[in-house]
Design a protein around this ligand. Structure first.
Ligand code: 5GP
Length: 189
């Protein structure tokens, strides 16, 4: 049976760093590269971090039915999971790990209820989340405000996930994530 790992968290909770760490330690996993219309950040690589698309290209893919799920996570900012990514990873015999917003994460969990492990990464507090987002230096005043607002809303959904990991101590959070994921992959179902 194909298995899926769904990781969701508010922006700035440290989800991407935890996913990267787990990917290094669990060789059975492969990351599903999402498509987005968001602007590429300086340190990001097209085709590695995301497939960066124009709004037009994204909408074309929606109409072609190319997405397993997609969301307008922020106003005018679309993100989506490509069916072709899941296929590419499954063809390699690997387990797919998704990094999704809360709505997308819960959508996929519903779709693959028995096959998936969904994990919510919880920041220690809204203040810490805000200062992490600020220190990342990727947001304007407006986008920072919007991300914090959405983060607060997303945290209310944490109990809908199979597991919650508090990211207070980064290495402990990575250890916990690795443990949960390895156990789930090794479970005979
Ligand atoms: P960021 O702009 O910080 O890379 O991502 C913003 C939000 O979009 C994060 O919560 C991230 O998990 C989410 N995201 C990334 N890819 C996808 C996707 O394919 N689908 C959905 N629904 N959300 C995504």
């Amino acid at each position: 049976m194909k298995k899926f790992i769904i990781i969701s968290a508010p922006s700035g909770a440290g989800k991407t760093s935890i996913v990267r760490s787990v990917l290094k330690k669990v060789p059975q996993l492969a990351f599903s590269i999402s498509a987005t219309t968001r602007k590429k950040r300086e340190n990001e690589i097209n085709g590695k971090d995301y497939f960066f698309l124009t709004l037009e290209e994204f909408k074309k893919k929606i109409s072609e039915g190319a997405f397993l799920e997609w969301e307008e996570v922020y106003k005018d900012c679309f993100y989506g999971t490509l069916k072709s990514e899941v296929q590419r990873i499954s063809n390699k015999g690997k387990t797919v790990i998704f990094d999704l917003d809360v709505v997308g994460g819960l959508k996929l969990k519903k779709k693959f209820i028995k096959q998936s492990l969904s994990i919510f990464i919880m920041p220690p507090s809204t203040d810490i989340l805000t200062s992490r987002l600020k220190s990342r230096g990727t947001e304007t005043k407006e986008t920072l405000k919007m991300r914090v607002h959405i983060a607060k809303k997303e945290m209310l959904s944490k109990d809908k996930f199979d597991k919650v990991i508090l990211n207070e101590d980064f290495s402990l959070a990575c250890k916990k994530a690795k443990e949960l994921i390895t156990n789930f992959i090794n479970l005979k179902k």
